[in-house]
Design a protein around this ligand. Structure first.
Ligand code: NAD
Length: 502
């Protein structure tokens, strides 16, 4: 039996996970669930604690609470809502270390390189959106001098958000903070793989919010996620995850005719031209491929197109950089690379590596370049560690190039001409992110216009940040998140008002 965790920072992530245990957060309270499932520590494959398995009843309780709370919250002065959301940010700022440790434990993402950073950006996202409340403005329309015509930005109502495990804190914040500032109430369905960090966030921010405006339920996709997507009183859906689950959510939204935002997968190209600063490009490849996160990033630079004249030094440099990274205990400050999230994902990634190795054995000149080293500490003998692989010499038409692997697997594909590489970069079902590395401004600007992606960078490879509109094209998704524009477009509706003054 778990006890409700204190609101002061708790720096023992095992104890915190056990105390959070099998709860949802509904109507301002941690609510215990009868049905539970074990959540594994991916570094050891031992259970951390049992989490709640919510179904239609938990979803209904959360949506009912959100619906009740939304009326008063939506009628609260916008700046007061903003202040409350910014105060959530301040509360979370005081818990960065705690949330970093808990996230490292449950996701296997290394504390120093990933989890602590994410906890810090989480707090910043609440502060950022809290400051945008006064931007919820409408406009006057010069329709007729006798008819005062203007628009109002109004909340959509109850927002249902479904999030993945790979950056659970940040991806939740990018939905919750703007939705609340815009006057909506929210029900988030946590990922079953990483439920504790986001549950802790939901518990902490209740101190700054009226009960019921932010609810969080835990459970699997087919039962809990689907029940949220289909609930008749959820007025807007926002989903981050795989293309397959995104399609199900889209169908549920179509059935109810509610708006939906979908942030889905990627197979992002990184183009290194012959004139690129190679040292910078190699550092960008390490960061862009998110090797620190075992490649489990939707924007991972998983297709690296490198000009034939610099392939050799590029691969050698990338290999040396990844070899120098330490794989090990996610909670250890010395660790650069942690684990894969789950046994299921581990098997999936391994099967793609086996496929790549087989393709290499059948393709002249192709090679799997395996980097870094597995941890030797016997405590982690059953941990879900995978050595990063760079496949060289495989084509853009192979399954390794076409399917999202979501693991530490990238490929280097040589090219000769700019037109050839642009065609290959765009030859993908996905269109989330893309980068080009060159000293030539004209080439860079041409690529900026012609790359089919929602997030394009030149000579750098930053991750998504609050303030930068973020989202994909093609099967990478629909709609944008993370910016003022996305808050206005996706978490409000515009009401047109005409006042006849004659
Ligand atoms: P997933 O689709 O398996 O799960 C995501 C969430 O959807 C989970 O909470 C899950 O329980 C829920 N879910 C699953 N089936 C559902 C259904 N039928 N109805 C409703 N909910 C359902 O994805 P994942 O493995 O957690 O995350 C990895 C995927 O997320 C990758 O494809 C990655 O590219 C994508 N992703 C995209 C972005 C982005 O911003 N574009 C960011 C992070 C991750």
């Amino acid at each position: 039996m778990s006890t409700t965790p204190a609101l002061t920072p708790i720096l023992d992530p095992h104890a915190l996970a056990r105390a959070l245990g099998a709860h949802h957060l509904i109507d301002g309270q941690l609510v215990a669930s009868d049905e539970t499932f074990p959540v594994l520590n991916p570094a050891t494959c031992e259970p951390i604690a049992h989490a709640a398995q919510g179904g239609a009843d938990a979803v209904d309780a959360a949506v009912t609470s959100a619906r009740r709370a939304q009326r008063a919250w939506g009628a609260t002065k916008a700046r007061d809502r903003g202040k409350a959301v910014a105060r959530c940010g301040a509360l979370l700022e005081a818990h960065v270390e705690e949330l970093g440790l808990l996230t490292a434990l449950e996701t296997g993402k290394a504390l120093r390189t990933e989890s602590r950073v994410e906890a810090s950006v989480l707090a910043d996202a609440f502060v950022y959106f809290g400051g945008l409340a006064s931007e919820l403005t409408g406009e006057t329309v010069p329709f007729n001098p006798d008819i005062l015509t203007f628009t109002l930005r109004e909340p959509v109502g109850v927002v249902g958000g479904i999030i993945p495990w790979n950056a659970p804190l940040l991806l939740m914040a990018l939905k919750v903070a703007p939705a609340l500032v815009a006057g909506n109430s929210v029900v988030i369905k946590a990922s079953e793989e990483a439920p504790f960090g986001v549950l802790r966030v939901a518990q902490l921010v209740q101190q700054a919010l009226p009960a019921g405006v932010f609810n969080l339920i835990v459970g699997d996709g087919p039962r809990c996620g689907a029940a949220l997507a289909e609930h008749p009183h959820v007025n807007k859906l926002t989903f981050t995850g795989s293309v397959g689950a995104g399609r199900s959510v889209y169908k549920a939204a179509a059935e109810k005719l509610v708006p939906v935002t979908l942030e889905l997968g990627g197979k992002s190209p990184m183009i290194v031209m012959g004139d690129a600063d190679l040292d910078k490009a190699i550092a960008g490849a390490v960061g862009g491929m998110r090797f620190t996160r075992q490649g489990q990033s939707c924007t991972a630079a998983s297709r690296m197109f490198v000009h034939r004249s610099v392939v050799e030094p590029f691969v050698a440099g990338l290999r040396a950089a990844v070899d120098a990274m330490v794989m090990g205990d996610p909670l250890d400050e010395a660790t650069d690379i942690g684990t894969i999230i789950s046994p299921r994902q581990f098997d999936r990634v391994k099967s793609y590596i086996a496929l790549g190795e087989q393709l290499c054995s059948e393709t002249a000149g192709a090679e799997p370049v395996v980097c870094s080293a597995l941890p030797t500490d016997p405590r982690f003998a059953k941990g879900l560690f995978v050595r990063p692989v760079i496949f060289t010499g495989l084509g853009n038409d192979t399954r390794i190039a076409r399917e999202e692997i979501f693991g530490p697997v990238t490929m280097v594909i040589p090219f000769d001409t700019y037109e050839e590489v642009l065609a290959m970069a765009n030859d993908s079902d996905y269109g989330l992110a893309a980068t080009i590395w060159t000293k030539d401004l004209a080439t860079a600007m041409d690529a900026v216009h012609r790359l089919e992606a929602g997030f394009v960078q030149v000579n750098q490879n930053l991750v998504v940040q609050p303030m930068l509109s973020y989202g994909g094209v093609k099967t990478s998704g629909l709609g944008k998140e993370a910016s003022l524009g996305s808050m206005l477009e996706h978490f409000t509706h515009k009401k047109t008002v005409l006042i006849n003054m004659k």
